[in-house]
Design a protein around this ligand. Sequence first.
Ligand SMILES: Cc1cc2nc3c(=O)[nH]c(=O)nc-3n(C[C@H](O)[C@H](O)[C@H](O)COP(=O)(O)OP(=O)(O)OC[C@H]3O[C@@H](n4cnc5c(N)ncnc54)[C@H](O)[C@@H]3O)c2cc1C
Length: 434
Amino acid sequence: MNNYDESARRVPVSYEVDVVVAGGGATGVAAAIGAARAGLRVMLIENYGFCGGMATAGMSGTICGLFTSAKSGKIRQLVYGFADEFYRGLQRRGGVSDPFPFGDTALVVHDPQVWKEVADDMLAEAGVMILYHSRVVGVVREGRTVQGVLVENKNGRHAIMAKRVVDATGDGDVCMWAGAPFSFGKNGAVQYATMVFRMNHVDVAKALGHDRHRLEAWIDEAERAGYDLPRKHIYLLPSPRPGEVMCNVTRITKPNGEPIDATKAEDLTIGEQRGRKQVREYERFLRRYVPGFESAMLNDVAPQLGIRQSRTIAGEATLTNDDVFQARKSAHAVASSAWCIEAHGRDGIFMFYLDNDYYDIPYETLIPRQVENVITAGRTLSAEHEALASARVTAQCFLTGYAAGVASGLSLRHQVGYDRVDAAELKELLHVFG
Ligand SMILES: Cc1cc2nc3c(=O)[nH]c(=O)nc-3n(C[C@H](O)[C@H](O)[C@H](O)COP(=O)(O)OP(=O)(O)OC[C@H]3O[C@@H](n4cnc5c(N)ncnc54)[C@H](O)[C@@H]3O)c2cc1C
C-alpha cells in the first residue's frame, strides 16, 4: 500500500477534564457515572447520537448476567450495584420485561428506546458532559503515558486533555492507539456477528411456545425448500411491547465464512449488507413456517450489525476459561457472573452453564499492559475466548464499566496509577451483591 504524508498540524484543545470516557455503550455509561459520582469532571464521547452501543444500536435486546443459574430449583438475582440501578431505571419506565427463562438461567428483555432515555437521564443527573456524534480518532501521549484523546466531529478535529481515559469503545480503539497489546478471539477468530430485528403483530404466546428442536426442524425443512438460513439455534424473545418479538436469529459472516473483523470498514460494510439480506430471509421463514408469526411484520432492524467481539486487551491479569468452568472467586472482584459461556462460532453456539455457582472478574483484568492512565472494561476486558463469551454480557459490562469509573476516582484521589489502586477499597465501593 502507498503512503501519503499528512503534514503535522496543530489542533485546538477544546476541553480539559479529569476523565474522558471513549464510547457510550453499557460500559461507558456506567464508567462515566461511576467517575462523575466520585466528584470528577467527566466527558463521555460517543459516535452515535445516543448511548447504548450494542444494546441499542445493535439491539442486543436483553440484559443477561443479572441472575443465578441452576439445573433445578429457583433462579434469583445474583448481582446488584450499577447493573441493578439501570435495570430498575428501565423498570420504572416500563422499558423492560419480567425475567424470562433462558437455558438454566433467565434474562430480561429491554426496549432500546427506553434504554437511551434512561442513560441520558442518569448521565445528566451525575453531571457527565457528553459529546454525541463525535469519534475518538487517536490519543495524545508522551511515551506510554496517555494525556488525552483526539476527537473528530462537526467542529473539526480537536484534542480533549484528560488525567485518565476509560476505553469503552468495545473495540479497544484507545488502548490500541496508546500501544497496549491485544489479541483477536481464538487463534484470530472472533465470535460471529448477528443482525438483530424485531417483528410486531405476533401472536406472542403461540410464537414463543415452540422448543428449540422444533424450530431447528422447521429451519431444516425450509432449507430443503431453498431458504438460506445459516443459523439453526435461534433466540426469539418477548419484547416489553405487546405483540412484538425480538429476533436474535441471524449469523453474519464474510462470503468465505470467516467472521467479520469489526476493526475493518470493509468487513463492516459487507456485514451490514449481508445482514439486511439475511434478516429478510429469516422474516420470510418465520412467517411461513413458525405458528404465531403468520401475520407478523418486520418492525425494525438494528441500526448497526451486532458485534460480539473484536480486540481483547491484554491486561495485568486475564480471566481464564478455567476461572469460569471452576467458578473461581477473587478477593479483587469488581463483578461476578453466573451467565453461561455462549460462544457463537463455526460449529454453532457453544453453551456451558454453572450450576448454582458463579465466578468473579478481578480488577486487574481491566488494566491494559504497557500503558499509563488508561483503563478498559466491558467486552474488551482481558479474558480467554470462552471466558469472554460469558463475561461480555450487559450486566457485567455495567459492573466492570462502573468499576473502571470508580477506580479512576481512587487513582486520582490517591495520585497513583490504575495498577496501584487498592482493589479491596474499590470492591467496597461497588456493592456488587447489594
Ligand atoms: C447480536 C448481539 C446480541 C447480544 N445479545 C445480548 C443479550 O441478549 N444480552 C446481553 O446482556 N448482552 C448481549 N450482547 C452483548 C452485549 O450487548 C455487549 O457485549 C455489550 O453491549 C458491550 O457493551 P460495551 O459498552 O462494552 O460495548 P459496545 O456496546 O460495543 O459500546 C461501545 C460504544 O462505543 C462507541 N464507539 C466505538 N468506537 C468509538 C470511537 N472511536 N469513538 C467514539 N465512540 C466509539 C460505539 O458507538 C458504542 O456506543 C449481545 C451482543 C450482540 C452483538
